[in-house]
Design a protein around this ligand. Structure first.
Ligand SMILES: O=P(O)(O)OC[C@H]1O[C@H](O)[C@H](O)[C@@H](O)[C@@H]1O
Length: 281
């Protein structure tokens, strides 16, 4: 029977408020803390998302792993959004807030939940705004849709995908221009369609296509994106992983981040950012 059930705690994250969605063999777990997807299993025993065994959620910590929601800025806040130069967190303000569940739906073919957060004022605007994340699970795929009636903001679905070994993974199609944050944001061009990992990667791909494929061995995860103007590929590699307190030193081997992002600060259109994840075993 398809269902949505409330659950307290997930993995080692005691008391974390969660919802478990089941659709046929597929299962997803989302927390209302940050509207944070924690797990996606297209079938029993097959986990698609990476969750750090050292992730924390108390004391205002964003959860390391799953799908953090970044909004209304990505990375360090841009000066345009922070004219008073306040000390503001990386990746916006909603990763560590409790969201409200505003809709739930269970049918024979799909299970969905919508979470919403309202803010009275953002650092750069006194206008109230609201943001919602809809998670839809079918037997074939999991979709995350992040929407807001506001433009002029940044947003990202910062997905951590688990891999057997980062050395064995390729992400395609990523040919084209990218900003290399490991090299001070230098504008570079990738000639080949695939990205393989052999060092720290922190790249903002600008010519981003609607469907990316994360391949390893016989498995492929298809990542379909809409509403994005960039895809961010991240793996911290050895030194940065060791420096992150909520990630085991060797955990850089276990995941890659493929992030669907909208980074333009000039886009006035309402936000509608979609990432759909499909596992082909
Ligand atoms: O440690 P966090 O705030 O979660 O950020 C983790 C990473 O997110 C993105 O991938 C950025 O491009 C990286 O520069 C950043 O290090």
């Amino acid at each position: 029977m398809n269902s949505i059930t409330a659950q307290s705690g997930f993995a080692h994250l005691d008391d974390l408020p969660c919802y478990v969605l089941s659709c046929g063999q597929a299962k997803a777990v989302i927390s209302s803390y940050g509207a944070h997807l924690l797990s996606y299993q297209p079938k029993a025993g097959t986990e698609v998302m990476y969750l750090s065994p050292e992730a924390e959620w108390r004391n205002n910590s964003p959860i390391r792993g799953g799908v953090p929601v970044c909004w209304p800025w990505f990375g360090p806040v841009a000066t345009e959004l922070n004219p008073e130069q306040q000390k503001l967190p990386n990746h916006g303000v909603v990763r560590t807030e409790l969201w409200q569940v505003v809709k739930q739906s269970v049918t024979e073919t799909a299970v969905s939940i919508q979470l919403q957060i309202k803010t009275e004022a953002l650092p750069y605007s006194n206008a109230p705004s609201s943001l919602s994340l809809t998670l839809e699970l079918t037997e074939a795929a999991l979709s995350l849709t992040l929407s807001s009636d506001q433009g002029l903001q940044q947003a990202a679905l910062h997905s951590y995908f688990c891999v057997d070994s980062v050395h064995q993974v390729a992400v395609s199609t990523l040919a084209g221009a990218y900003l290399d944050k490991v090299r001070g944001g230098a504008l570079c061009v990738q000639q080949q369609p695939e990205l393989k990992f052999s060092e720290e990667v922190d790249r903002v791909y600008l010519d981003t296509v609607g469907e990316l494929a994360l391949k390893q061995g016989n498995n492929t995860v298809l990542i379909t994106q809409q509403g994005q103007d960039a895809s961010v590929l991240w793996n911290p590699w050895t030194e940065k992983a060791a420096a992150l307190k909520d990630l085991p030193d060797l955990a850089y081997l276990d995941f890659v981040c493929v992030e669907t992002a909208r980074l333009s600060l000039n886009n006035t259109a309402p936000l509608q950012l979609v990432q759909q994840i499909r596992y082909l075993g």
